[in-house]
Write a protein that binds this ligand. Structure first.
Ligand SMILES: *Cc1c(COP(=O)(O)O)cnc(C)c1O
Length: 381
């Protein structure tokens, strides 16, 4: 025994964990499906156990279904969506590569920031927040900048707009450029066909339309992106996210890189099983129907959506804060009176719009009615 006295200052007697039963109707996290929470509590096996390897194979297959891709490099990154986002850039960007980012919301800025940190010559094309790029605008951007990578956000969670991706992959092939898509708020919530649309790399998150807690994130590289990774002159400048190493654990070698988050993978697998069980067509239709119910309900309360109808996301709705209303005071009231979380505006939409998520398990008519009732009650006071 040492005779150094133990410092007891931080030996707090804290209460057993308890949190209020929030309904998470903001930009994420959304509530996890009960079956996902149950799966998280399953006993552990080792991260190289034959049983776990079987689960890993199932996860990869189910993820390919959800994304509609045949990419062999389709895996979950052991961290949140931003890490999977960083992984796409870390693996494919070499210093001096021109990376063109379509900026029409908050997450385009994050993509630019990350690309710059990996030495990219970052260029941007802009649209006002809430609007989307046309194929002609994208073509003009490719023509002017001749990038190695074009980054677009399919579902801009900061604005509620859906960037159409049909035809963009063909355009990128004409210009010998890789197409990178942020599908964090679209995977599992709205139509997404990675291979059909020629998306070369994509990432997502678990806590949006997949209804799993945050901490594990879908990541995929297509053949053209893998080729760029294999032709790098120098190592990927990020050890943890280097897919030439992580890929060996998920591939046939099964070599240790970092310990997989076993229980998160149980939960993630259950989330993906739920998608396969429901079917993509049915799941997308459910999100669309509930979003339309919300749009009509908001309109009947005299409220206005921020995004033009044809480009609205079904998973994330931005609604204008009426004149003279303190947006943040209302979101606080929602929490206090209803245990409902909705989001405040982010970036350019701060103080101008609320953000309402209808994601995965939470995309249900009763939740739409609860949010609408909460608005009616709160705004009338
Ligand atoms: C949430 C989100 C991210 C980041 O994911 P984290 O899990 O918060 O790291 C990236 N892009 C979009 C569009 C998002 O909505």
């Amino acid at each position: 025994m040492t005779n150094v006295a133990i410092n007891e200052t931080h030996r707090q007697q804290t209460a057993q964990l308890d949190v209020p039963p929030r309904l998470l109707m903001g930009p994420g996290p959304s509530n996890a499906h009960p079956r996902v929470l149950q799966a998280l509590g399953m006993r552990q096996v080792g991260h190289l156990d034959p049983c776990f390897i079987e689960l890993m194979n199932e996860v990869q297959s189910l993820l390919k279904y959800a994304w509609q891709t045949e990419n062999p490099t389709t895996i979950p990154v052991s961290a949140t969506g931003s890490a999977a986002m960083e992984a796409t850039l870390a693996n494919t960007v070499e210093p001096g590569d021109v990376v063109l980012v379509g900026v029409n919301g908050y997450f385009g800025h994050r993509m630019m920031d990350m690309a710059g940190r990996y030495g990219a010559d970052v260029r941007r094309i802009d649209k006002p927040w809430g609007e989307v790029f046309s194929l002609d605008e994208l073509k003009a951007g490719l023509e002017e900048h001749r990038p190695k990578v074009l980054g677009l956000v399919h579902a801009e969670t900061s604005t509620g707009a859906c960037q159409p991706l049909e035809g963009v992959g063909d355009l990128c092939r004409e210009y010998d450029c890789l197409l990178l898509a942020d599908t964090v708020t679209s995977l599992g919530g709205l139509p997404l066909f990675l291979d059909e649309w020629g998306v070369d790399m994509a990432y997502s998150g678990s806590q949006k339309c997949l209804s799993c807690p945050p901490g594990i994130s879908p990541f995929t590289l297509g053949a053209r992106a893998v080729e760029k990774l294999n032709q790098r002159e120098k190592k990927v400048p990020n050890w943890y996210l280097d897919m030439s190493m992580v890929g060996k654990y998920w591939g046939s070698e099964r070599t240790y890189h970092h310990t997989a988050p076993i229980n998160m993978i149980y939960g993630f697998r259950e989330a993906l099983r739920l998608i396969a069980e429901e079917g993509l067509a049915e799941r997308w239709a459910r999100h669309q129907t509930n979003a339309e119910l919300m749009w009509e309900g908001l309109a009947s309360l005299g409220m206005e959506c921020y995004v033009e109808r044809q480009h609205r996301l079904p998973s994330l709705i931005t609604v204008r804060i009426p004149d003279g209303v303190d947006g943040k005071a209302i979101t606080q009231q929602f929490l206090k009176d209803f245990n409902i979380e909705i989001g405040n505006g982010l970036g350019e939409l701060a103080g101008k719009a609320w953000r309402i998520g209808l994601m995965g398990f939470n995309s249900r008519p009763e939740n739409v009615h609860m949010v609408l009732d909460a608005f009616k009650y709160t705004l009338n006071r």
